[in-house]
Design a protein around this ligand. Structure first.
Ligand code: ZN
Length: 260
């Protein structure tokens, strides 16, 4: 079983009846339930309001894949938790960023760019097209499918060029967007998935649930995690594999800093 945590800021659910009607158990509860139904994933949840946002170093070490939904409270996520999440990704934890998590602290830190986009909330139709139909995240996904009501996100999307663009979206108002992107940072697999605005029932959609289940399976890196991603050990001359008998005069003059 792939150990998975669905993290949600869980703010709109407290303030909006529409969101509560869509997600009585929260966005996190809905996603975790659908992942668990796969029989291959053991999904639990964590929210912003919990101590340490529900994410300790120990819990992250025991998490194969983390999903992240946030929107209204990105700034309330502590920098320490953001750093822990990013280090876990570099060490090999998979991570899936959903919809407005394009502005989540760990997403911006891992990708290092503005992550800006254009947007409009008009409940318009979104048509998603697969661009890499043989990709494992798209296993069983039709060549195109539609979400009747979604928020529009448009290009330019201020992210680094991804490893793979596996989904693109067309919106009723005319815009287009790269909606399924993969990255690798360190040993960690990253997937960004665009749909998932809180006032629409997107995470109940069969194809969306299928994509997220596939994405968890894809993002899981079964290799042993890197123990310390900040470790940069020096290999002293006396421990080099081959004897270093001649030292460059310019770089290794005896007595200067860095020379022993
Ligand atoms: Zn939204």
């Amino acid at each position: 079983m792939i150990r998975t945590v669905v993290w949600n800021e869980n703010v709109h659910e407290q303030k909006s009846q529409v969101v509560r009607d869509n997600y009585p158990d929260g966005i996190h509860g809905c996603i975790a339930k659908s992942l668990n139904a796969s029989g291959k994933i053991s999904a639990t949840t964590a929210t912003l309001q919990q101590e340490n946002h529900g994410l300790t170093a120990q819990r992250l070490a025991e998490t194969d894949v983390l999903l992240w939904w946030g929107h209204a409270a990105h700034g309330d996520v502590s920098d320490d938790v953001c750093d822990m999440v990013c280090d876990a990704v570099l060490s090999g934890m998979g991570i899936i960023f959903l919809h407005s998590a394009h502005f989540a602290k760990p997403f911006k830190k891992l990708l290092g760019t503005s992550c800006n986009l254009t947007w409009r909330e008009a409940g318009e139709r979104e048509r998603l097209w697969t661009t890499a139909p043989n990709h494992p995240i798209l296993d069983g996904v039709p060549h195109h499918f539609e979400l009747e009501n979604e928020e529009m996100y448009g290009e330019p999307f201020g992210v680094p060029e991804p490893l793979e663009t596996i989904l693109i979206s067309w919106f009723e108002g005319g815009e287009a967007f790269r909606s399924g992107l993969t990255y690798k940072r360190g040993a960690g697999n990253i997937f960004y998935f665009r749909p998932g605005h809180e006032t629409y029932p997107t995470f109940h959609h069969d194809t969306v649930q299928r994509i997220l289940t596939n994405a968890v399976l894809w993002a899981h890196n079964p290799q042993q995690r890197i123990a310390d991603v900040h470790d940069a050990p020096n290999v002293p001359i006396e421990k080099s594999l081959e004897p270093l008998t001649q030292r460059g005069a310019k770089l290794h003059r005896e007595g200067e800093d860095g020379f022993r």
